[in-house]
Design a protein around this ligand. Structure first.
Ligand code: 6PG
Length: 264
């Protein structure tokens, strides 16, 4: 099982610099080894800066072999301000020279229910990854955020779907009265070759401490790829409740912080 790495950056710009280099390296390696690079992208505000900067990544040779999926999607129109696809389209896809067939949104139009949308996305994954029955897709990269309650993708604390192990796609019910969501399940996320969390801002400091110091059993804390790497990219604000050196000089590279072992 992977060991969680934590890298702390002065700010989100430095964090994005690192992630751009990591993306380029993962994409080049995946394309060379298997002829394609498969990524599941998260919604939310945190990754917007990275998506904007990634839109300038001009390796057309890699984009033609990169396939972009969603970690989760709200059951709303793709024109809705709440749509993750709309967010990723507006900040990334509209500026890329990437073939249309390489973009894999959750199709919500021709379905009558969110369960049908989830089943349809699962079927699309099974076809794309040529999965034998019961197998989970293995993404080369899954980008995730963390909610202040510890949710990730659309897997929420106390939600029964958090424990879904026989499906690749499930329905996530937010605790607030927001639209229900379609989400990759934990088995899919934990089957990835690389999982990277982007967590910035002081409003995430408490949940980061809950995950790493208190060992709280939260959805984001349950992400531990069996056969892959997992990296938490934090800015200084999100890391402020971690036991770090007083004088934290982050002007150079990131600070690698050694988290306690996972105890749940
Ligand atoms: C979503 C994301 C969700 C997000 C967290 C953090 O659909 O919104 O999948 O899991 O990553 O809620 O969101 P922020 O980046 O906006 O804080």
């Amino acid at each position: 099982m992977a060991k969680r790495r934590v890298l702390i950056f002065e700010n989100s710009f430095a964090l994005s610099n690192y992630l751009l280099e990591k993306w380029a390296a993962l994409a080049a390696a995946a394309v060379q080894q298997q002829g394609r690079f498969t990524v599941a992208l998260s919604g939310g505000k945190t990754p917007i800066e990275f998506y904007c900067r990634l839109s300038n990544f001009d390796r057309f040779d890699l984009w033609t072999k990169t396939h972009l999926f969603l970690t989760d999607e709200r059951f709303v129109s793709i024109h809705s301000p709440e749509s993750n696809f709309r967010l990723i389209k507006n900040n990334l896809l509209d500026y890329l020279q990437i073939p249309d067939e390489n973009i894999h949104p959750v199709l919500l139009g021709p379905v009558d229910s969110i369960d049908e949308a989830a089943a349809q996305y699962e079927g699309h994954l099974e076809t794309f990854f040529s999965l034998p029955i019961g197998q989970r897709p293995r993404f080369d990269l899954v980008l995730l955020g963390v909610g202040e309650d510890g949710h990730t993708a659309s897997l929420f604390p106390e939600d029964v779907n958090l424990n879904e192990t026989s499906r690749s796609v499930t329905v996530g019910i937010p605790p607030t009265k927001k639209p229900p969501r379609i989400s990759l399940t934990l088995p899919v996320i934990n089957n990835a070759a690389c999982v990277i969390f982007l967590v910035t801002g002081r409003n995430k400091a408490s949940v980061i401490a809950d995950i790493f110091i208190k060992g709280a059993d939260l959805p984001a804390g349950r992400v531990l790829p069996q056969n892959g790497e997992i990296i938490f990219l934090l800015d200084r604000d999100a890391a402020q409740q971690l036991p770090l050196p007083e004088e934290l000089n982050l002007s150079g590279d990131a600070l690698a912080w050694e988290p306690p072992p996972v105890n749940h």
